[in-house]
Design a protein around this ligand. Structure first.
Ligand code: ZN
Length: 232
């Protein structure tokens, strides 16, 4: 559900909003995936202590205080009347981060520490709407880990649709290859959820996601920027 490609795709859909400024749209797209970049330091922690890594994810990086800070800085730039293209970029990033946190709360079957670091001072900052729901562990693996692969295939299929509508803006890129690879791996890992331990399954798929698929997804989005957000 709320995987890396889903977050990026949600940010990209803002391009359909009327009169959206290019810098604001870039900010929304960056902000929509920015919170999950905590996987870079946490990937290292994961190999030593997977429980600690999972508990730290969706904490400091998913705090709504960060988009609030970005909005304050954007407001200050505007108030000082500086010709600052960074103001819409920051405001867009704030919107993207808020939408990311909302998607994680709704679709991730887990909790989000929305006001970190206030929990360190004893304030209730955890939001979880899934407390009362028991989800079978195989489902969790399919949705949270294997679902990452499916979401890449869906996003790349959407890119292919955009390219068909605007072929002149498209660089040479073999999207079909990546759709095929991510779909094939998604199908292979469906039955593996019954045979591999939760830790092994997550380590393989989260590791592949952090090391290959998420960076690749960002690179493809950058290559296709003229198709995703045409300037004219
Ligand atoms: Zn997240």
């Amino acid at each position: 559900m709320a995987q890396f490609a889903v977050h990026l795709g949600t940010g990209i859909l803002w391009k359909n909003a009327p009169k959206i400024a290019p810098q604001f749209l870039s900010g929304v797209m960056i902000g929509s995936v920015l919170p999950d970049f905590d996987f870079i330091p946490l990937a290292l922690v994961f190999f030593f202590d997977s429980t600690l890594a999972k508990s730290l994810h969706r904490s400091f990086s998913h705090s709504l205080l960060i988009p609030l800070l970005l909005l304050l800085v954007a407001g200050l730039l505007v108030a000082r009347r500086r010709p600052a293209p960074s103001a819409p970029l920051l405001a867009g990033a704030a919107l993207g981060m808020v939408s990311h946190v909302l998607l994680d709360i709704l679709f991730w079957f887990g909790s989000v520490n929305v006001l970190w670091p206030l929990n360190l001072f004893g304030y209730p900052t955890i939001v979880s709407i899934w407390n009362q729901v028991t989800v079978p562990s195989v489902w969790l693996l399919w949705v949270s880990a294997d679902g990452e692969l499916l979401s890449y295939a869906v996003l790349y299929s959407y890119y292919r649709y955009l390219i068909r509508r605007n072929p002149s803006a498209a660089p040479k890129l073999n999207l079909s290859l990546w759709i095929g690879i991510t779909l094939a791996l998604f199908l292979i890992f469906i039955p593996l959820a019954w045979f591999l331990s939760v830790d092994t399954y997550q380590t393989i798929l989260y590791g592949a996601n952090a090391a290959l698929f998420a960076p690749l997804c960002m690179w493809i989005a950058w290559k296709l920027r003229g198709v995703i957000a045409p300037t004219s």
